[in-house]
Design a protein around this ligand. Sequence first.
Ligand SMILES: Cc1cc2nc3c(=O)[nH]c(=O)nc-3n(C[C@H](O)[C@H](O)[C@H](O)COP(=O)(O)OP(=O)(O)OC[C@H]3O[C@@H](n4cnc5c(N)ncnc54)[C@H](O)[C@@H]3O)c2cc1C
Length: 428
Amino acid sequence: MTQNSQNTQQNARTTAGVVIVGGGQAGLQAAASLRDGGFTGPVTIVAEEAGQPYQRPPLSKDYLAVSEDGSTPSPLPLRGPAFFAEQDITLLSGTAATAVDREAKTVTLADGTVLPYGSLVFATGARNRELPTPGIELPGIHGLRTLQDAEQLGAALDTARDVVVVGAGFIGLEFAAAALARGARVTVLEFAPRPMGRALTPLLGDWFADAHRQRGLDLRLGEGIASFEAGDDGRVGFAISTTGGRYPADLVVAGVGVQPNDQLAAAAGLETANGIVVDAALRTADPDVYAIGDCANFPSERAGGPFRLESVQNATDHARHVAAVILGEDAPYRALPWFWSTQGPYRLQMANIVRADDETVVVGDPDPANPKFSVFCFRDGVLAAVESVNHPGDHLSARKILAAGIQITREEALAEGFSLQAAFKERS
Ligand SMILES: Cc1cc2nc3c(=O)[nH]c(=O)nc-3n(C[C@H](O)[C@H](O)[C@H](O)COP(=O)(O)OP(=O)(O)OC[C@H]3O[C@@H](n4cnc5c(N)ncnc54)[C@H](O)[C@@H]3O)c2cc1C
């Protein structure tokens, strides 16, 4: 293709504009980054949820707490109210995209509107995985993904006495810690032998199991959910586990993972496999269609293959990258994954993805009463990932070191007086 025809195509894409399907973390950042990068064409966000787009992480943490004056916190918006007008970004909220015609390059919305696009970005996120458990339809059993879910749960915690959480993943444990702080008795049922087993090193998973139990959480590992039984009032009354345990439950939260929202892309003929399949530029097989955030399955050098991540970092870094690609850049996506989770008094932060066979060493003080430590993860004798509990200094330095590709050997890292902060200063 000649330079002239490339320019003509780029101009046509700009004139038709960018349509972003999904008004969450990734969608809003993509719109903002397009404007930051100088994109002058129309930018439209189609958002199924009504109202102002908001941040999800507080929903399972601060949003469930009641302040000393008895008031409940407000949702945190992703952008201020003036943002959309100032940036000339059209937000169509409370309306879903229902079809994509890639030949005609249009998106059809639930209200019949047809939007043309030059570039289309799927930022459709994920939805809670549904439990196929008998009794799941009983009132009092909830998921936790949206503001509406969190509002209902916050209100339910005013009166709940016996809470059962199904799944000891991040959201399940965050909610469990919040429910404990609100005075409920809390049982967590987890089929696997460790909490957060897919994401943490076994060492840190075991530490969290112990720490949560010491704070009063009844954490049942190796015990899944078998069924729910109604109480006398017709609402959920008991959770029955796979090992026959029968736990009182006037409130249940199921946190058993999510499924990517990739149906619209699949219906448009795009490849999906645990998410919308994209290349290293976050582009689908259609050169004008991209996918970012929770819904995207992308090739990850760091994970060693196709990968889908559910995190704010992934959503925002994907969004920045896709905006740059739409604006003409051509580099592969390589951002360092990082993550945080707040579970009661424990702030967990992770830099890079851990692997099951990483060698792990605890550095710092892991006493659950007042912990401040990191787990250094070594791969082939070199620092490859760091998990930190209540140690943001280590976390931030680890992110900088790993993102910059600075090699720190096991011997260096475990030498007397070593600190990640100092190592970064010396080596950068
Ligand atoms: C309770 C909770 C706590 C969390 N805590 C943390 C945390 O502590 N740290 C962290 O890093 N991450 C956390 N996460 C994960 C993080 O919030 C997500 O990874 C992030 O929001 C993903 O951004 P996204 O834009 O890909 O998806 P989302 O933010 O989910 O946005 C996708 C949006 O697309 C909309 N949509 C879907 N289909 C359509 C359609 N057809 N038309 C129009 N709109 C559509 C959806 O309604 C949704 O609003 C948490 C998530 C939850 C639910």
